[in-house]
Design a protein around this ligand. Structure first.
Ligand code: HEM
Length: 1004
């Protein structure tokens, strides 16, 4: 056991089994030698740190906290952590303010020392060791501990696979947190020679040709060509579970199958639990999605000029008002749309079911809210089947959810939106006939004179879909740029697809410049030990290597650049960087030691316990690169490099699926419904005069092929600047873009309201309503719409007009929620959660005193209570008023990301044990680590060490849009508005940078 483990995961020093059933029961450290040792060390450190604290109360609390220790991981979901700590823990980590805010339902870590802006800090000595003992160190470490703990409990309680493995998961261990060494039967690619009458699966035939061994018992193993690169369909990422993460796999759930709420199913509608929770109040169209959109989502237009439902005006000045986030820009909006297209999609080539359904507008509603009764959309693509049940003891479980949906793209972070995820999408990706390692690009417009512009111009733009592509595109995409994922195209997607196509070609270009006689690092399965020289790498191999590199760059940008700006505070800066490069980035020996103990863990007998520890230990070395053994070579004297290309267990050994095959859950899609981030009008600028907003371009006027035409006329550099300087929309109620509420969908004048559709789709797919959603994910239940008012404002608003305005806004929202969702007289006999009954009531949470949660949610029997149990999840998380500092999303959304964002790395061998030169080449590994070719984004410091630019996207933009060099000089994080003064310690101020004081966004 390392010091690191003892300090940061003291609860790991002993088994959690049998302890901590009671929420208030904490392990007593006495009576166990390891525990005693770890407590002594921990207590010593905290006490020494505590001495520096000004407040003696804090010192005592730290001592008590150290004595009581960390809580063990709960045995039962209903008694889990909920992000709420004991009083002394709160005081030790955040002083009296943190203690006073414990009564609120929101997570506690946000109130710890140092977790906010500069005001949240307590000033004292810094330094790695000493710093951890002082208040800020205790606060930040405490926050990281809380987040780590939540992830561990979610791994234990929130993995529900819909592909048929769930029974094994529960059965094998009697504890849903297992590690399986046996491959899953369900993760085999469908058989060749299928039973007579069925059509042979062409995919299977393709794979067997290129490398899939099928053993007599039916188990499968990938080999040969199929293991080398990212497969078209996502097969063979896990070489023993080839189907995992591939296209057309069912979305999983993070909530109990019983909690997935399908109110059109009699079985669920009639269940006692549904009646207790929702009475007879809910249906697909109740509360009405059009009403929700109009009353709760619409932007206030009183300050807009000529907005015209987001279309603006071509003849007169126009503006469409929206609530803006000061620290996050429009590039970030389109980045996340670009990302989601890589990870998930429910639609088949942009199409839903052919069966049309109403969007919920009735003639009656038309009169009051002016909706469009004729709006229609295809029903969601859904599979209904009897899920079946199984029993363990007297407990009955569903094997799957009542209804499932398929992910139509690969779940891997494999840039499938750029390179393809099935046969048709692959055909949409055009290789350059002159060099098939490159993507085809075309030069647009006149050749510029100025050297940087010329360099950009030469890199070109993606080709356009034309008539010859009709066989494999949706006809509405004709005329727009050719790429694998082409749906909902706009100028933002055009931007990122072009940038990364250029980046692909840049990598190829630099690759061609390598010394041809040198070993590239690549290995081929047919001759696994022979080195492949740079000159011998074939164009098609190089294309796939570039895909590996671009995918890893994208994953890195998302993890350490986009997310750290989305969640702009110190705990998350540390947390996200620890996911990627580890908390011990600068201490390779320590990182290597922790990684070694992780290997032991995986092989240990207690699989359930090991599973939980694994995710916690990963914070030390980081998830990226686990098992690739490159890190073991941190000094020249001892470089064991035991990793072998010929051994599948080495190739696959760094992945970890936590007992449940990797795929995204349905709930993940729901919390990415980030449409309020979109402005209606884009503020167009030109790099020649960056401070001027030249004109407003409606997003809707850049839809599909209009984006392509506009990009040709105006160019990537101007759009980088424009979207880089404009703020995105805050994720809150009353902030949906007008254009999406009135989105044209065909040439016949048909429209849909995408905001209303967000609600309808979640209901069709059984996303639990907000309160049950929070309970399932281990967050506190809310008890009234008044919880959506930030109580801290009530006092401070008296002296601060801005705070008073915010308080008024929140009160207005609560009044609107009451008007739309209503109230009822509660009955305590109606149990809504936490009671095990034969009718499979969900058991996600109990009251603090251990009693089940009932319809009154803590109010006296017969009280008129808000229908808060009915609140749609999207509405709930948009309404959350209290968020950790710098969080553009709410804590409920974030909880979903804590679990799934890291699984996406843990499960992918190309980010772990196969992140090796044998796959990526030496240049590829360097490119990912250094954000580009040698020296470009790396700053040499003293001795041998070098510092890599913290903004990998900046490095990509400098290469692919060289004309931006000057503008990018000031950029620290590409997703922070480019003309903003970043200020001190996670400042959110909207103040112009010294040399951008005349920027229109600040002066107007
Ligand atoms: C021009 C901008 C955009 C347009 C026109 C657009 C349009 C749409 C439409 C029409 C749907 C509904 C599809 C259906 O269920 O039938 C949808 C779904 C969705 N949108 Fe957007 N959207 C845009 C931007 C964004 C952005 C910036 C995000 C941020 C992440 C986003 C996230 C989503 C998600 C997560 C879904 C659900 C996808 C699924 O069901 O698999 N969209 N969007």
């Amino acid at each position: 056991m390392t010091t690191y483990q003892l300090i940061f995961f003291p609860e790991q020093a002993y088994s959690s089994t049998g302890e901590g059933n009671d929420v208030t029961a904490y392990a007593n450290p006495r009576g166990h030698p390891v525990r005693f040792l770890s407590w002594s060390l921990f207590a010593f450190l905290v006490l020494v740190g505590g001495c520096t604290s000004i407040n003696p109360g804090e010192l005592t609390s730290c001592a008590k906290y150290a004595w009581r220790f960390q809580r063990p991981v709960a045995d039962d979901a209903a008694t889990r952590f909920l992000g709420k700590v004991r009083e002394e823990t709160a005081r030790c980590r955040g002083g009296e303010p943190a203690v006073s805010l414990r009564s609120l339902p929101w997570v506690d870590w946000q109130n710890y020392w140092g977790a906010g802006d500069a005001k949240s800090r307590s000033y004292g000595p810094a330094g790695w060791v000493v710093g951890h003992l002082f208040p800020n160190g205790r606060g930040i470490d405490g926050a990281l501990l809380d987040l780590q703990f939540q992830r561990m409990e979610m791994i234990k309680f929130n993995l529900f696979d819909n592909s048929g493995t769930y029974e094994k998961y529960v059965n094998l261990l009697g504890d849903p947190a297992g590690v399986f060494t046996d491959p899953y039967v369900e993760m085999r690619v469908p058989e060749k020679n299928p039973p007579s009458g069925t059509v042979e699966n062409p995919e299977y035939a393709r794979l067997t040709k290129s490398g899939l061994t099928v053993y007599a018992d039916g188990s499968q193993e990938c080999h040969g060509e199929s293991i080398r690169f990212r497969d078209r369909n996502g097969y063979c990422n896990d070489v023993f579970n080839p189907l995992m993460g591939s296209t057309n796999q069912p979305f999983a759930r993070n909530v109990q199958f019983e909690a997935a709420t399908f109110l059109d199913l009699d079985e669920q509608k009639q269940s006692q639990e549904t009646k207790n929770r929702h009475g007879d109040r809910l249906s697909l169209y109740e509360p009405n999605p059009q009403l929700i959109s109009k009353k709760l989502f619409s932007r206030d237009q009183s300050q807009s000029v000529n907005c015209h439902e987001g279309r603006g005006s071509t003849t007169e000045p126009s503006s469409c008002h929206y609530e803006k986030a000061s620290w996050f820009n429009v590039l970030a909006t389109f980045w996340i749309q670009f990302m989601t297209h890589d990870w998930f999609n429910h639609l088949d080539e942009g199409r839903n079911s052919a069966t049309m359904m109403s969007m919920g507008c009735t003639d009656e509603l038309k009169k009051t809210i002016q909706c469009r009764p004729n709006d229609q959309i295809g029903e969601a693509l859904i599979q209904s089947e009897n899920p079946g049940t199984f029993r363990i003891g007297d407990k009955e479980y569903l094997k799957k959810a009542h209804k499932t949906t398929l992910n139509k793209v690969t779940a891997w972070w494999d840039a499938s939106h750029l390179y393809g995820y099935d046969e048709s999408s692959l055909k949409r990706v055009k290789k350059d006939p002159a060099d098939s390692a490159r993507l085809l690009m075309r030069r647009v417009g006149a050749q510029p004179q100025e050297s940087r512009k010329l360099e950009g111009w030469k890199q070109g733009y993606l080709p356009v879909f034309d008539q010859s592509d009709r066989a494999y595109i949706n006809s509405v995409w004709e005329g727009q740029e050719a790429t694998a994922f082409a749906d909902n195209w706009s100028i933002g997607l055009s931007f990122f697809h072009n940038v990364f196509a250029r980046e692909h070609n840049k990598f190829v270009e630099v690759f061609h410049r390598q010394d041809p006689e040198k070993d590239s690092g690549l290995h081929r399965p047919e001759n696994p030990t022979a080195p492949v020289l740079y000159k011998d790498v074939k164009p098609d191999e190089l294309f796939e290597i570039a895909r590996l590199v671009v995918s890893a760059e994208i994953a890195k940008i998302h993890t350490i650049e986009w997310t750290t700006q989305l969640l702009y505070d110190e705990p998350l800066e540390k947390g996200m960087n620890s996911n990627w490069s580890g908390l011990f980035e600068s201490f390779p020996a320590a990182a290597s030691a922790v990684e070694n103990s992780m290997k032991d863990l995986k092989e240990s007998g207690d699989v359930a316990e090991a599973n939980l520890k694994y995710s916690a230990y990963a914070a030390g070395p980081g998830i990226f690169g686990l098992g690739n053994e490159i890190r073991d070579c941190w000094h020249v004297f001892f470089c064991p490099d035991k990793w072998r290309f010929t051994d599948l267990t080495d190739i696959n050994g760094g992945t970890h699926h936590f007992g449940s095959p990797f795929t995204f859950p349905e709930e993940f899609v729901s919390v990415y419904r980030l449409h309020p981030m979109l402005p209606d009008l884009l503020e167009y600028r030109d790099t020649g005069q960056p401070d001027r907003i030249i004109r407003k371009v409606p997003v809707v006027e850049t839809f599909r092929k209009k984006a392509t035409a506009l990009m040709e006329q105006t160019g990537l550099a101007n759009w980088a600047l424009s979207m880089g300087r404009q703020r995105l929309g805050v994720l809150t109620l009353l902030n949906h873009p007008q254009f999406l509420q009135n989105l044209p969908i065909d040439d016949k004048g048909g429209h849909i309201d995408v905001a209303a559709l967000d609600i309808i789709r979640d209901r069709e797919r059984g996303i639990p309503r907000f309160n049950e959603f929070r309970r399932q994910y281990g967050l506190r239940t809310l008890t009234s719409f008044d919880d959506f008012i930030d109580k801290r404002l009530e006092e401070s608003a008296k002296h601060d007009p801005a705070k008073q305005r915010e308080l008024d806004r929140q009160r207005d929202i609560v009044a609107r929620l009451r008007a739309v969702y209503g109230s009822h007289i509660c009955q305590k006999v109606r149990i809504v959660d936490g009671k095990q009954e034969p009718n499979r009531i969900t058991t996600a949470q109990v009251n603090e005193d251990g009693t089940p949660i009932d319809d009154c949610l803590g109010w006296p029997d017969g009280t008129k209570v808000d229908n808060i149990e009915d609140l749609d999840t999207v509405v709930g998380w948009l309404a959350e008023p209290v968020r950790p500092h710098g969080f553009a999303i709410s804590e409920t959304q974030f909880q979903v990301f804590i679990l799934n964002a890291s699984r996406r790395l843990f499960s992918d061998r190309f980010f772990t044990s196969s992140f090796r030169p044998e796959f990526y080449t030496h240049l590829g590994v360097e490119w990912v680590m250094n954000n580009g070719p040698a020296g470009q984004c790396v700053e040499r410091t003293w001795l041998l060490f070098h510092k890599v630019d913290r903004s990998p996207l900046k490095c990509v933009l400098r290469r692919t849009i060289p004309e931006l060099e000057k503008e990018l000089e000031h950029v620290v994080n590409v997703f922070d508005p480019w003309a903003r003064e970043r200020g001190d310690y996670y400042d959110l101020q909207w103040i112009a940078r010294e040399d951008a004081k005349s920027d229109d966004a600040f002066v107007k």
